[in-house]
Design a protein around this ligand. Sequence first.
Ligand code: GTP
Length: 703
Amino acid sequence: MTPSQNDTGGQGLYRVAGHIQPCGWLLVLDADADAVLGASANLIDLTHLSMSEVLNASLAQILGRRLAQTLKREIQGRSRMSAPLAFTRKLAESALRAQVSAHRRGDRIVVEIEPRRSQGQRRLMGEVNEWLRSIGETDSIDALLDTLVEGVGHLTGHDRVLVCRFDADRHGKIIAEHCADGVSSLHGQHFPASDFPARARRLFDESPVRSVPDVQAVPVEVLTRETERHSQRDDLNASVLRAVSPEQVGYQVHIGVGAMLSIAIRGQHGLWGLLVGHGLGAVPLAPAVREAARVLVQMASQRLFLLNARQEARYLHRVQDSRDLLTRERQRLSSPEALVRRHGAEWLLLFRAQGVALLHDGALLGFGEVPAHGDLVDLVTRLEAEHVHDGPWYSAALTSHAFAQGLALDGVCGLLAVPLRLNPGRRDWLLLFRPEQIETLYWAVSPGRLRQQQRREPVLDQPLPGRHSAWREEVSGRSIAWERIERVAAVDLGEDLALAASVHEVDRLNARLRQEQLALGEANRRLEQLAHFDNLTGVWNRYRVEQAIDVELGAAERYGRVFALLLFDADHFKRINDRFGHEMGDHVLSVLSQGVSQSLRSCDHLGRWGGEEFVVLATETNREAAIGLAERLRRLIASLVIEGLSQMITVSIGVALWQPGDSRKTLVKRADQAMYRAKSEGRDRVYLADSDEATGPTPAASS
Ligand SMILES: Nc1nc2c(ncn2[C@@H]2O[C@H](COP(=O)(O)OP(=O)(O)OP(=O)(O)O)[C@@H](O)[C@H]2O)c(=O)[nH]1
């Protein structure tokens, strides 16, 4: 920037690059709002001072003491005055009604003075209220935006008022419009992201209202003191009155508008869109009208996000219904695969998808239209490597990603993939697929510019008949974009499926555990059977009888509880085997032991001692009782009638009574001796052990 001699006649004044629109006046003050450091060249009209005097004056000298003091107070400690100050100044023959506002830029204060039109102020407020009420009554987003553009159109008098919404690529699409009669429509057209460069978007953060009332107006220079000549052009960027940049002039001329008003529509995540007013010619805007338009946009923004939130809530409600169903089914312990089969159709509707697939536990289950199994497996393998974090992966143009190259995706264009964390070190996946959506876009820019700005090469026609400037582009290779709320819902669904999978897995493991426990119990029972019972006869085996004898010996020793041991052996059993066969021998042993078992008291026990030898352990049994029992058993066995056996079975029984100091060995030995004595004395008889005979003379033998 080269300082050059000011041509307004002031000594030592330098022209700077800052310009303002000639619909107001501008002052640049120091940080304390005392000294005037710069001023627009038209300020001489307002102050009747020369520029040289203006640049050496104080604020009080220019605005008057009271107004200057109020302004200083209002801007103190703030970056921007909350509301403009109104004032009246005598100007030539008439009184000028104006407003003054101020904001800080770096260590400067920029003061903007604009004329006010008092007429119709009250009517304007009434109109604003009417439109605010209409906006507040809308219950759909389309109706809201239509009301907004119509309202702003009425208030400002712009020939065309539209709402431009930014997409994920920051291209703008005109989604609502209000046009005066005979004005061409831009509705549905797209404006490329390059029309809204980052710098321009940032400016909306500083001042949400950008206004160009007359693109053809010759700007007024801002002159500064010599010491201020290094002031930056950008300093006026936050001013309503700043002059239009050459680029903006070019742009407006290109799209054929002479006046433009842009108001930011802010969303939760930055600039959602713009309300734009176009005037085919100049549209001078009173500050109050500009403010009214801002209020309408602000109110509409709030309503927009309320309606949007309602729409999302309704969607989430549908998702929730589906999740509730899943929860109920989870209690029925359905497998995730079963859930996909049962709910797949409903999810396709919810997610506007053509197919859903679940990769769980190494198995792939598809529902609807999904790629062929092999390609699906490859896709997941590559996705696994590509996408390392736990959030969802999504794209509307799957084939444009390097990792999807070479896969036969069968018309699948959009993919929303949710990783499910079920096991450490392994991820399962929920995949939702969308088909290609061939779309016709109308661009409100020239073919040359589009070619430079678009990464993809568009197919361009001539401007459509009847349109000011529109070029058609066929867009393919993309699906409908995945909306934020859909991604949130898919993650929720993924969590439910992961939970269902865990519950199902736990249930499966429990069932297996239960089965194993049952098998273990059975094995234990069998083991116990083997350990304690005789295989052939089902009575106690020798090991178990020995245990019982030991217990009885202990009790007898301790409490003097007498008991008897009867040892008996089938007589001439070899002959039975030889004559009737071994199987018959087995059968005889079974019948015999069953017969004896059934005739015993519950406190007495029968056990097989080995071969055709058995033991009866008779608790709390004295000599007489023992001999009586032995006799009864002998007779019982002799009376058994066994089918196919043409002879009676007899046994020889030796009876031993417990004596203090007995061990199992001594006791059994005495019974054994008695039994052999019975054998040798002719069999089929009972003998009391020798040493016992000394306790009593009872003859033990019987016929
Ligand atoms: N069928 C069958 N026979 C058995 C079993 N255990 C032992 N034996 C038979 O029983 C017979 C016992 O024969 P011995 O010891 O000579 O005695 P015995 O023929 O009964 O003659 P005494 O005892 O002197 O009256 C043998 O032939 C054994 O094979 C068995 O579980 N089943």
